[in-house]
Design a protein around this ligand. Structure first.
Ligand SMILES: CC(C)(COP(=O)(O)OP(=O)(O)OC[C@H]1O[C@@H](n2cnc3c(N)ncnc32)[C@H](O)[C@@H]1OP(=O)(O)O)[C@@H](O)C(=O)NCCC(=O)NCCS
Length: 216
């Protein structure tokens, strides 16, 4: 299956569809960064070999084919640096859940913040959702900062809701509604003066590119 660009945040930062050929690269990053990722993501300890990542990719494909969500690979120019995902929690209620992770080496440059801004528009518009949820461990300050920076509202604490490395972590529940996102984007546009400045011509007014083939 051809690789497609799902979201284009500009300056070579893209969310692209997954493919089987990426399995070794994904596993390599996860395996090398167990300490960084495994602290917050429960699936890391269950990813012990390449076949686990191959199985994950098959699963992600099934999820997409059933209309239950999508996983994308984060590419910073020509480097695979992380992942971003949408899982539809309730089709009837139009509710989804978003998540992300980034290689340690790519942190602190605004990659997730910039790409999430485009991904949220993609989730609301392409998947026609009304509510997106984001759960972060209360102790995961970096991730909580991302959620708040991109306009999510804090709703409450889910006590002991995630079992990670034998610890029951309290999770902060955030949400964002479609009209709030529109207002947030409009506010950002006003503050930025020219929110669209620097966008590549290939991008639509929503910031989400029309699906196109990527170079890899
Ligand atoms: C959570 C995680 C994705 C955050 O990565 P990150 O690089 O800090 O996040 P961003 O890409 O949004 O970058 C924000 C940082 O870059 C800096 N930055 C630089 N340029 C920026 C820009 N143009 N826009 C926004 N931030 C920018 C910010 O100051 C910010 O630093 P701070 O965290 O010290 O305040 C990453 O730490 C991670 O993957 N952790 C392990 C897995 C994980 O926790 N996943 C989430 C589970 S809920």
């Amino acid at each position: 299956m051809a690789v497609r660009v799902l979201c284009d945040a500009g300056e070579g930062l893209e969310l692209r569809t997954l493919h089987r050929g990426l399995a070794a690269r994904i596993f390599q990053v996860v395996d090398a960064e167990r300490e960084h990722l495994g602290r917050w993501l429960p699936w890391v300890q269950h990813t012990q070999g390449l076949p686990d990542t191959v199985k994950f990719l098959q699963n992600a494909r099934d999820v997409f084919l059933h209309g239950d969500g999508i996983h994308g690979a984060v590419w910073d120019r020509d480097e695979f640096v992380g992942m971003m995902a949408l899982r539809v929690v309730s089709k009837a209620d139009k509710v989804g859940n978003v998540g992300y992770w980034l290689s340690h080496r790519a942190q602190g440059r605004g990659i997730i913040t910039r790409l999430m801004r485009v991904f949220l528009t993609y989730c609301f518009e392409e998947w026609k959702l009304h509510r997106l949820e984001l759960r972060c461990a209360a102790s995961n300050e970096r991730s909580c900062r991302v959620a708040e920076r991109i306009g999510f509202q804090y709703e409450g604490l889910l006590r002991g809701a995630n079992l990670v490395q034998g610890q029951h972590l309290d999770m902060r529940l955030y949400s964002l509604l479609a009209p709030e996102w529109q207002a947030f984007r409009a506010g950002q546009a006003i503050h930025a003066g020219q929110a669209d400045a620097g966008r590549s011509p290939s991008r639509s007014a929503s910031g989400v590119p029309s699906l196109k083939s990527a170079s890899r």
